[in-house]
Design a protein around this ligand. Structure first.
Ligand code: SF4
Ligand code: SF4
Length: 386
């Protein structure tokens, strides 16, 4: 794709990187075929190719286009298009640049966005509001009600011992499904792995990044690196794929020696658990698996969870369109409730088609979002390992 950056952007790092990515696109449109919003809405501007043109237009004119903001806001950041693209266009990074550009030029934020950015990255605030919200959830709007589903909670201990593995807790997971890491810690300790939690762990910065607040995202990331990184820790493990995908990208985003090392030493829980064997839960056999976009398209981890679950004795039921997003997508379910709901319905229809015993997934956001629309039990997949 031919690109002529606006004069003011020619010598900027963001302009140059955007141009580099844009030039790889050959307008073929293959990516539209796997884009959930394009499939729902059928509008070229709600598909990756159209959004790429909108970002190109902004970088060439050096003007914020409200039309572009509208269609970029409707993108899930699921990166399915990146997996499909034969030319290697880094759409996720381009979208980051586009959203950051829009926010710099025209820093408007809805009240809901401000609340999300004030609450979600701080797990104590989030936990307090979640507890409060659960008490009055019947009066909350539908889109918020789903985030307030009651879940069984358990205290996660900081065992303070020398680490073999540091488990990343994540903000939403720590506040809403802490039993997941509790269970992982038990599994690992039973296999003689020393597990450590860092109580000062900070937000990974993913939410700010997705909402176009690049500078604020970098601040959170730097604080997180300072809290987590130690030279002697060789393995960090994340069980919330939305956080894992961000931490694994710290090398690109921050570029410091510590950030690069932390990113290189971070694994998704599936990567770490593949070395062990487990037993199946006696009352569960048939599992419908939803692999989050942040795992399959972001971290490019394919087939690993399937392999571990099959080896453990579970039957994985076939799921149609398993590459498509469930509509959770970080804050998307709150900021774009109507589209999110349509994607949820479609995803649950596919997941429940073969009447599974449970639905399993690998990210707290997907787990809560899917739970809100079904009576089938939805679990983090590690809960199936004994
Ligand atoms: S598939 Fe890749 S090269 Fe083709 S239009 Fe989409 S982003 Fe561009
Ligand atoms: S990230 Fe997802 S929703 Fe956004 S353009 Fe790509 S495929 Fe479509």
């Amino acid at each position: 794709m031919r690109v002529e950056l606006a004069q003011a952007l020619v010598d900027t790092a963001d302009g140059q990187r955007a141009e580099e990515i844009l030039r790889k696109c050959v307008h073929c449109g293959f990516c539209n075929a796997t884009c959930p919003t394009y499939n729902l809405l059928g509008d070229e501007l709600d598909g990756p190719r159209g959004r790429i043109y909108l970002i190109k237009g902004m970088f060439e004119s050096d003007e914020v286009d409200e039309h572009a903001r509208f269609h970029l806001d409707r993108c899930l950041t699921c990166r399915n298009c990146e997996t499909t693209c034969p030319s290697g266009v880094e759409y996720g990074e381009l979208l980051e640049l586009g959203r950051d550009y829009i926010h710099r030029q025209s820093p408007v934020a809805s009240l809901l966005e401000r609340i999300l950015l004030w609450v979600v990255p701080f797990h104590r605030r989030l936990r307090f509001l979640v507890r409060l919200g659960r008490l009055v959830r019947w009066f909350a709007p539908k889109s918020l009600k789903r985030m307030l589903q009651p879940v069984r909670t358990a205290r996660v201990e900081d065992d303070g011992s020398e680490a073999t593995v540091t488990l990343l807790q994540g903000c939403a997971q720590r506040a809403m499904t802490p039993e997941v890491n509790q269970h992982i810690a038990k599994l690992l300790r039973a296999r003689d792995v020393t597990v450590r939690f860092i109580s000062s762990e900070h937000c990974c910065g993913g939410l700010h990044l997705h909402l176009g607040r690049h500078d604020q995202a970098l601040k959170h990331m730097t604080q997180n690196v300072n809290a987590l990184y130690s030279e002697t820790t060789t393995t960090y493990v994340s069980s919330a794929s939305g956080c894992g995908v961000t931490v694994k990208d710290y090398g690109r985003l921050l570029g410091t020696k510590e950030a690069v090392a932390l990113a290189d030493r971070t694994q998704d829980i599936a990567e770490y658990l593949q070395q062990f064997t487990f037993e199946r839960h006696p009352n569960i056999v048939r599992v419908a698996l939803h692999i989050p976009c942040t795992l399959q398209h972001g971290q490019r981890i394919h087939g690993l969870i399937e392999q571990i679950l099959k080896r453990t004795g579970y039957e994985l039921v076939p799921v149609r369109d398993s590459d498509l997003c469930c509509g959770s997508a970080g804050s998307y379910s709150l900021l774009q409730p109507e589209l999110s709901e349509r994607l949820l319905d479609r995803k649950l229809t596919s997941l429940e088609e073969r009447a599974p015993d449970v639905i399993a997934t690998a990210n707290v956001g997907c787990q809560l979002h899917l739970t809100s629309g079904t009576s089938t039990r939805v679990v983090h997949w590690v809960s199936l390992l004994r």
